[in-house]
Design a protein. Structure first.
Length: 117
């Protein structure tokens, strides 16, 4: 890596969306975004700081979730499907690589467009 390195923080779309029943979780995820902004300013020129905010990702946590509940989650995703873990990994690899050498201070939503509408 040409610069001093990269910090990639994990947040969630809950940090920017108002989902009922997620007050404390959402506030903590919004704080992660604030950390990234501050660290980007404090570490400028030395370390890049970015945030990945996943949406609904098809992981083992959904194994015992009823299909109608899964369908409810999918209904708010513009791409009409859950994300795959490899899609989060690919975003992290991009942000950690030299391909993103001029990217810092961003929040990358890997959520099928959910946070954008």
């Amino acid at each position: 890596m040409k610069d001093g390195g990269s910090i990639i923080l994990n947040s969630s779309i809950a940090g920017v969306k108002g989902f009922p029943g997620t007050t404390v979780y959402s506030a903590s995820k919004a704080a992660v975004r604030s950390f990234a902004r501050t660290w980007t300013a404090e570490l400028k020129g030395r370390i890049r700081v970015n945030v990945i905010s996943p949406g609904t990702i098809d992981t083992a946590i959904f194994d015992d979730v009823p299909q109608e509940m899964k369908d409810s989650f999918v209904s708010i995703i513009p791409m009409a499907r859950m994300g795959q873990p490899r899609e989060i990994a690919n975003a992290a690899l991009f942000l950690a690589s030299d391909d993103s050498s001029f990217v810092t201070g961003i929040e990358m939503f890997v959520d099928g467009g959910t946070a954008q509408i």
